[in-house]
Design a protein around this ligand. Structure first.
Ligand code: AMP
Length: 216
């Protein structure tokens, strides 16, 4: 299964991607996670991406596309992959289509998580991420047992710089202007499946699996 997950920031792509990747036995490839890992390690890629990420802007296509091209050469993608956070604009979508056409392995589906704007803000402002393992918690919807401490590994929970209100507003604008057009792109390719991303995490996963079970 070669799958792309698309939806605005806060739609729960990362959470759903983990469940879906494990259900289908495919790697979860999140460009945001790769950038954050590079940032933590202080690599040249991380240094280059940091300013864009802190402002809620997209990292330039030249950098992002090459990073994904490289990731898709790894052995673990033989049975497919789940891309989360890529593509983020129409140029990236076209580059991805060309990369996969070269390998004669086109996408099977693009799953859109659809959610109201008012809910996005509530979700993002309460989101906390573990500095150690990267898992997410939510102050309202999935609070940690101990304040500020990850339930999984006891690492420190923090608020992503780009989850602060000013940056969230910019990320939403960037989504509307640059990423939303890929929904039409994939609709016209006949690949788009849209599900509602409201309700419990388990309900949304079930909805996604049911919708994807019809994909070949
Ligand atoms: P995410 O974790 O997917 O919300 O990504 C966090 C940040 O990483 C984004 O706000 C961008 O700055 C950067 N980023 C992630 N994926 C991409 C992409 N496909 N193209 C450009 N920038 C990206």
């Amino acid at each position: 299964m070669r799958l792309v997950l698309v939806g605005p920031p806060g739609a729960g792509k990362g959470t759903q991607a983990q469940f879906l990747a494990s259900h289908f036995g495919i790697p979860h490839i999140s460009t945001g996670d790769i950038f954050r890992a590079n940032l933590k390690e202080g690599t040249p890629l991380g240094v280059e991406a940091k300013g864009f990420m802190d402002r809620g802007e997209l990292v330039p296509d030249s950098v992002t596309n090459e990073m994904v091209r490289d990731r898709l050469t790894h052995d673990d993608v033989v049975n497919g992959f789940l891309l989360d956070g890529f593509p983020r604009n129409v140029v990236q979508a076209q580059v991805l289509r060309a990369m996969l056409a070269e390998k004669k392995n086109p996408l099977n589906a693009v799953l859109e998580l659809s959610i109201e704007k008012s809910e996005i803000i509530a979700r993002l402002s309460g989101r906390r991420v573990c500095r150690n393992c990267g898992n997410t918690a939510h102050l309202l919807f999935d609070p940690p047992s101990v304040d500020g401490v990850c339930n999984g590994c006891q690492g420190e929970l923090y608020q992503r710089e780009d989850d602060k209100e000013e940056v969230v507003t910019r990320r939403l604008e960037v989504y509307e202007e640059q990423t939303a057009p890929i929904v039409d792109f994939y609709r016209s390719e006949g690949l788009l499946i849209t599900i509602s991303a409201t309700g419990s995490v388990g309900d949304i996963t079930e909805r996604a699996i049911t919708a994807l079970s019809r994909v070949h």
